[in-house]
Write a protein that binds this ligand. Structure first.
Ligand SMILES: [Ca+2]
Length: 221
């Protein structure tokens, strides 16, 4: 029996799961398949059939939190090992993650992302405020050293952003008020949040540089 367990363990260790599901530039979760597309945890997650940013028939992910217990936070994550939001952000050229957010609660939400893994947790330095106005808002969360700060709560691991982005094991989207906190930092709240079109993108400045370079090449070739 032990031999079979070892064989299975060896297969798991060499399986190309993380690579097969690693992040790629441009990947999007639009929730049009009627599922939560792998997002779960901390809040009740469901798929709403209509009312996304594009209106009728545009599905989206709905998080509902109670403020206590297992659903205390407006927070969801895609992780840990086999996830399309894990892997090597640097190699993929992903420098930001954009998404549409809808606050269905009574108070404004302070949204951040958190990149977690064996190299510490990095979270948005500044929160993106989603007003309690029942409208969709487009947020872009940068992944550069100016935009992420170390959570500092993964005891024993190094605060190395470069490594964290090369070996991301879990990607979180959450309401976290006040100063930026790590994985264990929580902001309990009873509220609801819609999420749609979560997209891995280059930051606008990078996109402008690429567009400028293409224009230059067109004019000079
Ligand atoms: Ca959608």
């Amino acid at each position: 029996m032990l031999r079979y367990i070892c064989m299975i363990a060896a297969l798991v260790l060499v399986a190309p799961g993380p690579l097969a599901h690693a992040i790629t530039l441009g990947q999007t979760n639009d929730f049009q398949d009627g599922t939560t597309q792998g997002w779960s945890g901390y809040a009740t997650a469901g798929n709403v059939s209509t009312g996304g940013p594009a209106g009728v028939g545009d599905r989206y992910l709905l998080l509902t939190s109670s403020g206590s217990g297992l659903t205390s936070e407006l927070r969801t994550f895609s992780g840990f090992v086999i996830t399309p939001w894990g892997g090597d952000y640097a190699e993929a050229g992903v420098t930001a993650v954009a998404m549409d957010l809808l606050n269905l609660g009574a108070i404004d939400l302070e949204m951040r992302i958190l990149v977690g893994g064996n190299f510490g947790d990095w979270t948005s330095n500044s929160a993106f405020t989603v007003p309690a106005d029942g409208q969709w808002h487009r947020a872009v969360f940068g992944l550069t050293a100016n935009e992420l700060v170390w959570g500092g709560d993964q005891g024993g691991n190094s605060a190395n952003l470069e490594d964290a982005l090369r070996y991301c094991g879990g990607f979180h989207i959450r309401h976290q008020a006040g100063e930026p906190l790590g994985w264990r930092g929580t902001t309990p709240i009873a509220s609801s949040l819609g999420i749609d079109n979560v997209t891995a993108v280059p930051e606008p400045v990078f996109g402008m540089l690429v567009a400028g370079a293409m224009l230059f090449l067109r004019r000079h070739t």
